[in-house]
Each structure stands twice: as C-alpha cells, then as structure tokens.
Design a protein around this ligand. Sequence first.
Ligand SMILES: Cc1cc2nc3c(=O)[nH]c(=O)nc-3n(C[C@H](O)[C@H](O)[C@H](O)COP(=O)(O)O)c2cc1C
Length: 374
Amino acid sequence: MSEAALEPLVIGPYRAALPVIQGGMGVGISLSSLAAAVANEGGVGVIATVGIGQQEPDGRSNFVEANKRALAREIRKARNITSGIIGANVMMALSDHAEHIETCIREEVDIVFLGAGLPIRLSPRIPLNDLNHIHTKVVPIVSSARAVDTIFKFWWKHYSYVPPAVVIEGPLAGGHLGFSREQISTSGYELERLVPDVLTAIAPWEERSGHHVAVVAGGGVYDGVDIDRLFRIGAEGVQMGTRFVTTFECDASEDFKRAYVECSRDDLVIIDSPVGLPGRAIRNAFVNAVSRSQRRPFHCPYKCLKPCDNKTAPYCIADALVNARDGDVANGIVFAGANAYRSNAITSVAEVCGQLRRDYAEAAGRGTLPRSRS
Ligand SMILES: Cc1cc2nc3c(=O)[nH]c(=O)nc-3n(C[C@H](O)[C@H](O)[C@H](O)COP(=O)(O)O)c2cc1C
C-alpha cells in the first residue's frame, strides 16, 4: 500500500507544511499557547481575539483598550515561542472588531481570519487601499458560496483585493454557526456539498486577480480520514477547532477539556446565542436552564457584540464563555463541535498532529478516487 504525505497549504506568501489551520476559539480557548504549539508543528496557529481583554484589570471599565493591549501581548507571546505561522480570528459581530483587526495588522500577524458575521464592508481603520501589500493577509470565513460571491465582489470593487484563501465552515463546527437551526438539521448543507460550490465561486476571481485562492474546509474535521475526503474534492487545507481543545497546550481550564472527554454524542446540542446565531455546545445545567428560557440577569457596562441587546438578552454569552473557560463549567457554556464526543484523552498538540499525518497517509494510500485539483 502506498502512503501519501500531506501537501503544504499555501496562503499567499505563507506555506504551512501541515495543511491545518487551528480554528480560532474564544473566549480564551485558543491564545498564544495553543496557537504557537500548532504553528510549531507546521500548521497555522490562530489566536481568538473575542473577549481577550476580559482578564485585564480594566477589562470591564475600559474594554476596547483592554482588548487591544491583551491581543498585542498574546501575539508577541506567540512570536516568542514559535517562528511558525500565526493568525488571529476576529468575529465581525464584535462591536470593536475594527480595533481588533487594526491591532492584528499593527502587530503583523500573518493571517487575520474574519468570521461570525459577513465581512463585507471593512472599517476605514484598516489600510483598505493597501491590503495587497501589508504583511497581514485578510481571509474570510464563510458558510456558503453565495457569501463568497458577495464578499469577493465587494472587496474587489472597493479594495482591489482578492484574498489568497477562503475558509468554508460547515454546520458540524463548534461555537457560532452560520446556518439556521433548520439548515443544521436538514441535509444539503454538508461540507462535502459546500466545498465544490465554493471552488466554482472562486474560479472567476482567481482568473481576474491572477492568483490562486486556497479553499480551506472546516466544521467536523476530526481525523486524517476526514482530511483525505475533503482533499479529494478540492480542499487544500482544513480548519480544525474541537480536536485541539483536548491538548495540554490548549489555553482553556482542565475542567473545560474534561467536559469534552466526558461528553457523549447526545450531549452536543444547538443553543440560541445572543449573537443572533445558533451555536453548538455541550449540554450542562446552564445550557438546560437558558434553553428553558430561564433568564440570568447581568450587568453589561459595554456592549461587546453588535447584535446583542444587552437590556433584554436572557444571559451574557461572554460571561458564560469566560466561566466555562476558567473552569466554572456548571455556570458556563462549553462550545464544542459535533465530534467532541470522540475525544477520550488529553494529549499533546504534537501527538494530535502526528496522528493526523499517519491517519491521512493511510487513508490516502487506500483511496482510489483521483484528486480534483492538482
Ligand atoms: C470552543 C470553541 C470556540 C470557538 N470560537 C470561535 C470564535 O471565536 N470565532 C470563530 O470564528 N469561530 C470560533 N469557533 C469555530 C472554530 O474556529 C472552528 O472553525 C470550528 O470549530 C471547526 O469545527 P470543529 O470544531 O469541528 O473542528 C469556535 C469553536 C469552538 C469549539
């Protein structure tokens, strides 16, 4: 049986020997420790910027500045422990998303991924006329080929910019999802259907810009067999979140990681988040209570999410995510992908990446289908 090695993922000037982007996970689940560990393995390590300043002394009173300061610090910390590719994930639903992107560009992260909200019109705080020349590559995360059309058209017309990659995230992902509850539970939106549509959508933009656009698929990718399946239909990289949570290097508390190891398939449920999107999480007392419309009154001195009505929201999602991350899991939300139940131990990032390489080689060696892109 012949064994195939994973091909590198090329995103503009960056070449990831391991074609895996570690999905940005907030609040505080993927910071410098996890991101640097994945980058050291040859993947793209991603710091999630949402709520990053929560632990700063002025995190509530001066939240925009606290976020900027904490984000800059995490980027520098990651740089001190890796020379690999470091990205950041910015949720467009954040009220201060422009400051996050601005900080990423100033700190020269290699790639900034824009998700959780359609990144169409970007803030003038960002060097919009210079996107082709700055160090940081700006890459959108989408959940449909239609979103690719809309974003690429707008960015080309207004910024003369075609991104070097696009991440297509399917409905099996963890955290906030770009699908309605109905779409999540019906067929037709599987990643395997979305990838070919996105390849078709990017083709004219590759021609127009004269450069390649890598398609990266995420949401429910857990092992080398998943990677092989997606590469056979034209993806050149995968984005993986859940698989990296149960690692020593992941920045979450031990209790957060244990919730993954201990959950069963039935514990993975869809909740309504004040972000205005459904999200996938592990069922616990808090999730049960808010799903029964029980309110958890809170005081919000800022408004971190644009779509959140902090006067009427039934609970504060940021507080719930921070509680879980810090280990108060019973009073928090543990976001997780549909495959979280497959985790059975906490291990190292190196072990996970080695396993991915081995499983991929075996699956690719077994396969008979030709690859659709070469
Ligand atoms: C705990 C957790 C937090 C997440 N937070 C974010 C986030 O802040 N921004 C974002 O765009 N995606 C977020 N995601 C999605 C991941 O970046 C990733 O793309 C997705 O989980 C991939 O699916 P997988 O978990 O099945 O691998 C989160 C996912 C998880 C599991």
